[in-house]
Design a protein around this ligand. Structure first.
Ligand SMILES: CC(=O)[C@@H](O)[C@H](O)COP(=O)(O)O
Ligand SMILES: NCC(=O)COP(=O)(O)O
Length: 258
């Protein structure tokens, strides 16, 4: 079996955009499961999908097919993202009812038709409705990560409702890359991650990370356990192929820790 790249931050490849292209014909190509296999063989530590209610890309059957595939990769992780008040928990319960692996659920407060994810949960407003569904997800055996804006003051509240991790929404950093605002944004994420770690949370990160902005982020922001990357990585794979792309992203991660 191919070995996962081992450095402090795991690379989880989000396959939404493979499914998006696949859905434009009734031919089943590009294959989502083949993309997962090639990424895992190249050293990706996990696979992420976001089965949105409108099934614009990842469809319900993709989730179960990937879960079946992940059985052959016991040292890798499967992360399913979504809004727990829409379709996510029903999908998670079905994955577990089939006895299939599910390592992490990432709760994202997206509306059903939202263009893309663009904000995190808010406390105290979301606390009471999140608490029970976090417990339900953990009872399924999944780690729960809350998609959050990089606000240090929100981290203790995320922990208080039972979350295991937060995923820092990184679009504002990505948008500031190579602008005068970049240092300020990096400091926001550094402080938010520090606050999360001090609250007893694990730290994930994602959204618009790419080959150029990844290393600096991981050099600056402490304790990032996982980055989930999809859009830019799949765009790169259209040029370089999955294996070379995953290898390159893992090199960029490793560079942050040299
Ligand atoms: C939560 C997040 O930032 C992404 O993982 C999300 O999956 C992106 O969704 P689209 O691929 O539909 O833009
Ligand atoms: N949680 C972020 C993710 O899975 C992928 O986001 P993006 O790289 O497609 O922006």
């Amino acid at each position: 079996m191919a070995h996962a790249a081992h450095h402090p931050t795991a690379l989880s490849v989000n396959l939404n955009k493979v499914a998006l292209v696949r859905n434009t014909r009734h031919l089943g190509i590009p294959s989502v499961t083949r993309a997962a296999t090639l990424c895992l063989e190249a050293g990706a530590r996990g696979i992420t999908v976001h089965p949105r209610p409108d099934e614009r890309h990842i469809r319900r059957h993709d989730v179960f097919e990937l879960a079946e595939l992940m059985q052959a990769w016991p040292d890798r992780e499967y992360n399913i993202e979504g809004n727990p008040f829409h379709n996510l928990m029903d999908i998670a319960r079905e994955v577990r009812a089939r006895g299939l692996p599910l390592h992490q659920l990432t709760f994202v407060p997206d509306s059903e038709g939202q263009f893309t994810s663009d904000h995190g949960w808010s406390f105290p407003q979301d606390a009471e409705r999140l608490r029970p569904v976090i417990a339900q997800a953990q009872a399924l055996g999944a780690r729960v990560s809350l998609f959050m804006d990089p606000e240090p003051v929100q981290m203790a509240a995320a922990r208080a409702v039972g979350a295991d991790r937060v995923e820092l929404y990184t679009e504002p950093y990505a948008a500031a890359w190579h602008t005068p605002d970049c240092a300020h944004q990096l400091e926001r994420y550094r402080a938010a991650a520090q606050a999360a770690l001090e609250a007893g949370l694990g730290v994930n990160a994602g959204h618009d990370l790419n080959r150029e902005n990844l290393t600096e982020f991981l050099r600056t922001v402490p304790g990032v356990s996982e980055v989930s990357i999809g859009h830019a990585l799949i765009a790169d794979a259209l040029e370089l192929g999955y294996a070379a792309t995953v290898t390159d992203y893992n090199h960029r991660i490793a560079e942050a820790f040299r």
